[in-house]
Design a protein around this ligand. Structure first.
Ligand code: URP
Ligand code: ZN
Length: 462
């Protein structure tokens, strides 16, 4: 690893979630030291970048990724090394992954196990804790997570009742406990009982294709779970963050609750903006790649989600990066859609896709793009103002974004580790040209500069 030399970035069009300004930036010891219209050349050795004609943005923060996630058909195909490198190539400098204890397992021992699995992470990272069941000692374990382990956000799954899904009676317990510690609940909102009922119905009729994956997880499953969660969170006074919102219906409930004064945040993912249910064609090998939960929706939802980003009902764009190879993993569900491992990749394409299809198509502004991809996740998840902003004293996690770089996404040029890419052949304009992590240049002109990882765990407070 290079010793952190000073860095001077000249003539940058600086975009933050709050302002756009023109100027120079001086980085020393991994921190943004000075921002000014014109900075004198440092007297010590330094690296200089001329950012004329480019944007300087805070490093992206992806608060929803699943690296090496266990499934019935093995781990998701990116580990912390390959996934973090892919994230950096796309301009993301911090990711937040999950600890997923089994039912009745100690949260703390699951955390220790997860920490041991995290090897060679090239970007900075944090963790959310999942809760999949309830034990009385979780009361003190939750407190330990929040106060001693820097994990103030907890995820529950209302789907997946047979594995990691949480029953409603425990849902209340979790909310009450989190509320005491000013921690946050993150919810995978899909009604697990309805899904189970529909899955059995279709399979018993011999209907096993991927379109039944979508049909067994209708909009109503998401909308009902969102409404129920909002109701529970209202009566327990626990702030709630909805992961991967995919429907217009759910957005309406979220907007209404927020108008009524509830603390609620919503996230969506690039695949819900870019694709719709027409991807679930009868040809299995093509459509299995798009099997994720919630599923892709009717096309009208794409527009509703873009509008949700613009009118700020949706606060965060995250990837839910959880790729599985087609060969040996997705293909295992050929004769039963419930056996296809759920999840898709996208960790390196979030900024590119939202810039090309959001900013350039005037669906969101440049500042909203930065808010959605960096500033809001930093604020919501307790990383701000250390990260998610370009300000004196903040970590120098920065991206020089070249708005003119063009590329066609393909499995042949991706850095993600997966045998396909759901965005294959999609064209992007604009890409991360230089990526700096805590003052160290790590990506430049599509090259990884550092051969050893130096990503750090980030302790969060909210
Ligand atoms: O299909 C998905 N989203 N897989 C990842 C796990 C989850 O449900 O978030
Ligand atoms: Zn989920």
């Amino acid at each position: 690893m290079n010793k952190a030399k000073a860095i001077l970035i000249k003539n940058a069009d600086i975009i933050t979630g709050e302002i756009q300004r023109y100027g120079d930036i001086l980085i020393e010891d991994g921190i943004i030291k000075q921002i000014s219209e014109h900075i004198q050349l440092p007297t010590t050795e330094y690296i200089e970048y001329n950012a004329v004609g480019k944007y300087l943005i805070p490093g992206g923060i992806d608060p929803h990724v699943h690296l090496s996630l266990p499934s019935n058909h093995g781990l998701s195909s990116d580990n912390f090394e390959t996934g973090s490198i892919a994230a950096l190539f796309g301009g993301t400098t911090t990711i937040i992954d999950f600890v997923t204890p089994g039912k009745n397992e100690s949260l703390i021992s699951a955390l220790e196990q997860r920490q041991a699995e995290i090897k060679n992470c090239y970007c900075d990272y944090a963790l959310h804790m999942s809760i999949t069941s309830w034990q009385n000692n979780y009361t003190s374990e939750i407190e330990t997570c929040v106060k001693e382990d820097g994990i103030p956000s907890f995820k529950i799954y209302l789907a997946y009742k047979d594995s990691i899904g949480l029953e409603d009676e425990y849902f209340f317990k979790v909310l009450e406990e989190l509320s005491k510690h000013k921690a946050m609940i993150m919810i995978h909102a899909e009604n697990g009982d309805l899904i189970k009922h529909l899955q059995h119905k279709y399979l018993s009729l011999g209907l096993f294709g991927t379109q039944y994956h979508a049909m067994s997880r209708p909009d109503d499953a998401e909308a009902e779970a969102v409404f129920r969660s909002l109701t529970f969170s209202k009566y327990t006074n626990c702030p709630v963050y909805f992961v991967h919102i995919s429907t217009e219906k759910a957005l309406r409930y979220i907007a209404e609750a927020r108008n009524n004064g509830q603390k609620v945040w919503a996230e969506t993912c690039p695949h819900y903006l870019m694709f719709n249910e027409s991807c679930y064609k009868p040809v299995f090998d093509e459509s299995a790649k798009y099997v994720m939960s919630p599923p892709l929706r009717a096309a009208r939802n794409n527009q509703a989600l873009w509008e949700g980003l613009k009118n700020e009902t949706i606060n965060v764009l995250a990837t839910d990066h959880c790729p599985f190879h087609y060969k040996s993993q997705k293909e295992k569900g050929k004769t039963d859609f419930t056996k296809i491992p759920n999840g898709v990749g996208g960790i390196e394409h979030r900024l590119q896709l939202s810039y090309t299809y959001g900013v350039l198509q005037e669906k969101i502004s440049l500042q909203q793009w930065v808010q959605l991809n960096a500033t809001n996740p930093a604020k919501i998840f307790g990383l701000y103002p250390q990260k998610g902003i370009i300000a004196e004293g903040s970590d120098a996690d920065l991206v020089i974004w070249n708005p003119n770089l063009q590329q066609t996404i393909s499995v042949n040029n991706q850095h993600q580790q997966c045998d396909h890419n759901i965005y294959e052949n999609i064209k992007i304009t604009g890409n991360a040209e230089t990526v700096i992590l805590r003052g160290i240049p790590i990506i430049e002109n599509q090259q990884l500069l550092q051969k050893k990882s130096f990503g750090k765990f980030v302790f969060r407070n909210m």
